[in-house]
Structure formats: structure tokens, C-alpha cells
Ligand binder design. Structure first.
Ligand code: BTN
Length: 266
């Protein structure tokens, strides 16, 4: 993306993890805005120490290095900025395909993009390196997204453990999706969201955008926290990006970093 803040896009046919790569680059002083995109990852990282796997050349696997000046309490807005940019990019590419209608994609708090029926299209993983960097310079945060673009082509491609819980854009649109077009649209949409992180009004705007596309709000949830689960109704997202849950009439605010799982409460 020449002329934008994301002009340094580094491409890898195969790498262990784009998040790992940019965290190392950040330690060596790389500036905000570097992007790493991989066709394949041999040790892709997911949330909670899980792995993230996708066949070579099928999906969008990328990370962005940011150095936002944020209070620790607001750090989840970085994940939000990337998730919202991905929702926009999907919408833009789908419209460009001539399909007309908006593709229904939602953010499942804290870090997933999901379809109307709750199948996972993408996961976002933000990793901060709070110890690195010279004093006075904001610490690096690497935000990676794995977006199921052309894999799975059909449910039959999914391993049994993902059956019924994952989906791809190709399945939504009914045709192969151009990964390059999606990458361009994503970086276009991310620029203003990264700008928004710098001001209180911008951050409130990100939270408002999240509320508009967050499929968790209004649902009954069980949130697994390190000290045990809570059950209640998700009533909103705070301006800091935290989930607000009504637990039997008592309002609890849940911080993304504390969450092990958010599930529909049965
Ligand atoms: C999740 O568990 O839902 C988050 C998955 C994040 C995967 C992406 S793929 C690109 C980037 N590099 C990684 O190693 N992980 C992220």
C-alpha cells in the first residue's frame, strides 16, 4: 500500500508465525505499520496457547505491528480495530464482486468474526511486548488475524473438531475470493481505525462501531474467568471495549484479557 501507513508489507511463502516474526522485528526497533503476510504458517499461534492452522495459499494470515499510546485498560481496542477493519474489508470485497447485499459478518466478543449462525470466520490475536522499546516510546503490539477466505471450500474439508463451528468467505459468497483484494481492502479500512486509537473520541467511535456488529450483545452468556464462570446477559460493550454483563441484576464488566471463554449459556 504505497503512500499509506502500511507501505512496508513483507510477504512470506512459509513462516512459523507472522505474529512471532513481527514481535522479533519490534524488539529490533521496527516502526509501527509493518505488515507480515504469509501463504502458510508452520506454527501459527491462536488464543490461549492454541495453534492456528490453514492449508497453504488458501486464507489470509497476516499481522500488523502497532505502537499505540493506550492505557492498559483500553488495549482491547487494538483487537477491535483489526476486527472492524476485517468486517469492512469483507463487505467491500463482497460488494465489489457484484453480489449486492452486505455479507452478514459479526464480531463475537472478544476476538472472533462469525457468520449469522455463529460459525467462526476469523480469529484475532493481539500480543504485546511490554518490556521492549526505548523509554518514552509506546510498546509494540502485534495484532494478527487468520481469516478463512477460501478454506474450507465446503464443510467436508473441516476436521471433525471444527465441523459445524468454522466457515469461510468462499462458503458465504459461493465463489472463490481474491485474497489480494481482501488484503488491500483490509489495510485501507485499518488505517482510519488505527488513527482512531489516538483520541478519546476515536476510541469511543471504535467501541460504538463494535456495538453495532457485536453478536454477543443481547445473548445469554457463560463467561469463563480464571476464578470461575459467570452467567448472565451481555448488555453492551464499554467505551474501553470491555463486555458488560448483567448477572442477576448486578452489572459486571469483563476485560478481554481475563476471558478464557465466552459461550452461549445453555
Ligand atoms: C484465535 O485463536 O482465534 C486467534 C487466531 C489468530 C491467528 C493469526 S494467523 C496470522 C497471525 N499469526 C499467528 O501466528 N497468529 C495470527
Amino acid at each position: 500500500m504505497p503512500g499509506t501507513r502500511f507501505s512496508d508489507v513483507r510477504r512470506f511463502e512459509s513462516i512459523d508465525s507472522t505474529n512471532r516474526y513481527l514481535l522479533d522485528e519490534a524488539r529490533d526497533g521496527a516502526p509501527a505499520g509493518v505488515v507480515a503476510v504469509a501463504d502458510h504458517q508452520t506454527a501459527g499461534r491462536g488464543r490461549l496457547g492454541r495453534s492456528w492452522e490453514a492449508p497453504a495459499g488458501a486464507n489470509l494470515l497476516l499481522s500488523v505491528l502497532l505502537r499505540p499510546s493506550l492505557d492498559p485498560a483500553e488495549r482491547h481496542l487494538v483487537t477491535t480495530a483489526v476486527a472492524l477493519a476485517a468486517v469492512d474489508a469483507i463487505d467491500a470485497v463482497h460488494r465489489a464482486d457484484g453480489a449486492g447485499a452486505t455479507t452478514a459478518v459479526f464480531v463475537k466478543w472478544p476476538n472472533d468474526l462469525v457468520t449469522t449462525d455463529g460459525r467462526k470466520l476469523a480469529g484475532v490475536l493481539a500480543e504485546a511486548d511490554l518490556g521492549s522499546g526505548p523509554p518514552g516510546r509506546p510498546s509494540p503490539v502485534v495484532v494478527g488475524i487468520g481469516l478463512n477466505v477460501n478454506w474450507p471450500a465446503s464443510d467436508a474439508d473441516l476436521p471433525p473438531e471444527l465441523s459445524g463451528s468454522a466457515a469461510s468467505l468462499r462458503q458465504l459468497t459461493g465463489a472463490p475470493v481474491d485474497r489480494e483484494a481482501l488484503l488491500g481492502a483490509f489495510l485501507d479500512a485499518l488505517g482510519p481505525r488505527v488513527d482512531a486509537l489516538d483520541s478519546p473520541g476515536g476510541r469511543a467511535g471504535l467501541a460504538a462501531e463494535l456495538r453495532a456488529v457485536c453478536s454477543t450483545i443481547g445473548t445469554t452468556v457463560r463467561v469463563d474467568l480464571p476464578d470461575g464462570p459467570i452467567r448472565g446477559t451481555a448488555t453492551g460493550v464499554s467505551d474501553e471495549g470491555h463486555l458488560v454483563v448483567d448477572v442477576g441484576g448486578v452489572t459486571r464488566t469483563v476485560v478481554a484479557g481475563d476471558v478464557v471463554h465466552v459461550r452461549p449459556a445453555g
